[in-house]
Design a protein around this ligand. Structure first.
Ligand code: NAD
Length: 216
């Protein structure tokens, strides 16, 4: 696969290049702050950067008529509407979390949320001290899966890749469900699945759930 990468010098960007190149993929467009290397037309562009890069990424996808996989968090309604406009022409996969474990956890929450209807619920999410947004995109996604407002505590400490704990409690008992990413590889494998998925689509707006469902 020939891919482009926005946020190429970042933590996710470096991990993506290391994993993709181990499988023979070629990075033919690299973009970061103040850097743009365009070597060849990419088949897909991957964006793990910051919200202020998104409009330029959309323009790059239009320029090359190629699909997009975007994992950048803290997107606004305006970003989503530009991504949806783009998806009328090319395939776009957007997710705040590309790990398979979080996709499974989301399904579990949707299926069993009603059992905890009368319980208090809260979430604690912990990430490395360089993460810019809080609460995390994943925490927002899990809250949406639960379908109700809950308090979310965000802790930024050390080098933690990403940890989310959902807590249900009543006066007599507590249930906790935790997902812990053990390395950035947990996300990057999903990013490559999504990039391959994009190559097989003409256009449309997709989530990582759609990517996983297509593999079943
Ligand atoms: P990082 O800060 O290490 O890397 C971001 C990179 O993007 C940096 O090199 C930065 O210079 C570059 N960048 C920022 N603005 C830019 C712009 N306007 N144009 C070009 N390049 C720009 O961060 P990270 O840990 O690699 O995370 C990147 C993004 O991915 C964050 O939004 C993070 O929350 C998100 N993320 C998502 C997932 C997921 O599964 N969806 C997983 C991990 C991280």
């Amino acid at each position: 696969m020939r891919y482009g990468l926005v946020g190429a010098n970042g933590k996710m960007g470096v991990e993506i290049q290391s994993y993709f190149s181990s499988l023979g993929d070629l990075c033919v467009l690299r973009k970061d702050r103040g850097v743009l290397e365009e070597i060849e037309r990419p088949q897909v562009i991957i964006d793990f950067s910051s919200p202020d890069a998104v409009f330029e990424t959309v323009e790059l996808c239009r320029k090359y008529s190629c699909g997009l996989v975007i994992g950048t968090t803290a997107l606004t309604e305006e970003h989503f509407s530009r991504l949806k406009e783009l998806s009328e022409h090319v395939p776009v996969v957007q997710s705040y979390n590309f790990s398979t474990g979080i996709a499974i956890l989301k399904r579990i929450i949707k299926e069993y949320a009603s059992y905890f209807e009368d319980w208090d619920a809260a979430m604690v999410e912990i990430h490395h001290n360089q993460k810019k947004d809080a609460p995390s995109g994943t925490a927002k996604m899990l809250k949406q899966a639960l379908g109700r407002e809950i308090p979310i505590s965000s802790i930024r400490v050390g080098g933690i890749f990403g940890e989310h704990t959902l807590i249900f409690s009543n006066s007599g008992e507590t249930v906790e469900i935790t997902h812990r990413a053990l390395s950035r590889r947990a996300f990057v494998i999903g990013v490559r699945n999504a990039a391959l998925f994009v190559l097989g689509k003409e256009k449309g707006f997709f989530s990582y759930d759609d990517v996983l469902e297509s593999a079943q």
